[in-house]
Structures are given as C-alpha cells and as structure tokens.
Design a protein around this ligand. Structure first.
Ligand SMILES: C[S@@+](CC[C@H](N)C(=O)[O-])C[C@H]1O[C@@H](n2cnc3c(N)ncnc32)[C@H](O)[C@@H]1O
Length: 250
C-alpha cells in the first residue's frame, strides 16, 4: 500500500466512493494510486501540463499499482478533459491564482464538473474570492500539515445561478477583507479545525518578522506597510483569542 502525506490523505478523504475523478497537475500520481488501491473511484484521468510529471506518475503506477490502468493526458488545466467527463476535479499543489486561472479559462466547461477539491499552495484568499465571485459554494475547508507547512484544502461546488448581484458581491468582498475572512476561512473557525491555532500563530510570526525587518531597515520607508501589518496582527490575534476562548468552553 502506498503511504500518502497527511495533505494527500486529507484530499483522498474528500472524495466520495463511486465518484469519477480527474487529477489536474497530477505530477507523481500518488493520490490517484491511493484512490485506486482503496477502490474509491471507478474511473480516473491523470493530467499534467508537462510530459516529465506524467512519466513520473507512470513509474509510480508501475512500482505501486501495476494493475492500475488510468488514462494519462498531457494538457493545460481542464483542456485535457471533455465537459462533464468526470464528477470530481482535483487541482492541488499549485498557487491559488493559477488554480483560479485554470477554473476561469472556460467557466461554462468548469461548471460542468460537480465538485472541486482544491489545494492552493499560495494566495488562498484570491482563490476564495474567485469562487465567490463566480457562484461556487465552498462546502468544506480543512487543514493538514506537510513538511512543517500547514496546507489548506477547499471543497467547492459550482452553481449555475448567481448568488447575488455583482454590486452585492463586491460590497461583501470589501467588507470581509477587513476581517481577513478570505484568508482565514470562517468554515475552519466554525469546525474548530485542529490545526487552526498553529496556522494562525504561523501567520502572526510571519507578520511580526515583517515588522522587525521594517524596524531594522528604516521605519519611515515602510511606514504604511508597518501600519497595515500591525492591523493584520491585531485581527489575527483577535481570531486566535476567539478560537482559544471557544475551545476552553468545550
Ligand atoms: C507541485 S506539483 C503538485 C502535484 C500534486 N498535485 C500534489 O498536490 O502533490 C504541480 C504540478 O502541476 C503541474 N501543472 C502546473 N501548471 C499546470 C497547468 N496549467 N495544467 C496542468 N498541470 C499543471 C506541474 O507540471 C506539476 O506537475
């Protein structure tokens, strides 16, 4: 049996038995191999923009699951798939902006798939904003630890109907910016994700390092950035306070 990292295991747990699946940017192909070994998906398509990763996936299949014979397709984003060809699309281990670009490229086609399991390495707030603007509903959010990093996993489903007018959406986007809700998902707070405290502390440490850097390198130059960073630290500490207070109540 193949051993997956906690991040990949978490994504595997987001796939319901019986779902057909495409793994976009499959690289090593470890997630589909695990799903095959555990008989979760009746059909899987492994896609990557480059030939090298698909070769790596082939080698891993030969080593771990030689009876697994999925389709391997080279292509950019969802272009390797036909509309509605699978139920679930996984796009993991890429930047949040790249994931949003892949989803945005042909929105009608994107919305032909029922479910997305997304794992942005960077800029998750940009991806969440894209999903909101384009009427996807985020159903689940989870955190996992991998090599000292806390990784975010987002499960989203598309809707054909607009959730709100463009003006209402833009107003909400701006309002929630102030509370960092696009960055720290309210779903993670609500479900009391076990990694949330560590996730917030890491973010606070990063912001404190920015302040230290500005102070050491001339406060005047970085005045605005320092003020913005201090505001962020305050908001992050308030969220941290809320979740630690709530967990003491439990
Ligand atoms: C860091 S790996 C992630 C591998 C795996 N999905 C994971 O999460 O462990 C990113 C992979 O995405 C592929 N990739 C990058 N841009 C892509 C695109 N536009 N379409 C399809 N694959 C892409 C890269 O070639 C690479 O193999």
């Amino acid at each position: 049996m193949i051993k997956l990292s906690e991040r990949l295991l978490l994504m595997a747990a987001c796939v319901a038995p019986g779902e057909t699946l495409a793994d976009i940017g499959t690289d090593h192909g470890l997630l589909p191999i695990f799903l095959y070994e555990n008989k979760v998906c009746p059909k899987m398509i492994l896609c990557d923009i480059a030939a090298g990763p698909l070769e790596k996936a082939k080698q891993n299949i030969a080593a771990y699951a030689p009876s697994f014979t999925p389709e391997l397709r080279q292509g950019d984003g969802l272009s390797a798939l036909q509309p509605a060809e699978v139920d679930t699309v996984v796009i993991a281990g890429m930047g949040g902006e790249l994931i949003a670009d892949i989803l945005a490229f042909d929105l009608a086609k994107t919305k032909s798939y029922r479910k997305f399991i997304l794992q942005p390495r960077t800029a998750p707030e940009k991806l969440r904003k894209f999903l909101y603007r384009n009427d996807f509903t985020i159903q689940e959010e989870h955190l996992a630890s991998e090599r000292g990093r806390i990784c975010e996993v987002i499960v989203a489903v598309p809707s054909q109907k607009a959730n709100a007018t463009m003006e209402e959406k833009e107003a909400r986007l701006t309002a929630l910016d102030k509370t960092l809700a696009w960055e720290i998902s309210p779903l993670l707070i609500k479900k009391k994700d076990p990694y949330l405290e560590r996730f917030l502390n890491k973010k606070i440490d990063k912001e404190l390092a920015i302040i230290k850097h500005i102070e050491e390198n001339g406060r005047d130059v970085g005045y605005l950035k320092a003020e913005r960073t201090k505001k962020r630290i305050k908001t992050l500490r308030l969220i941290l306070h809320k979740i630690t207070k709530d967990s003491r109540k439990d």
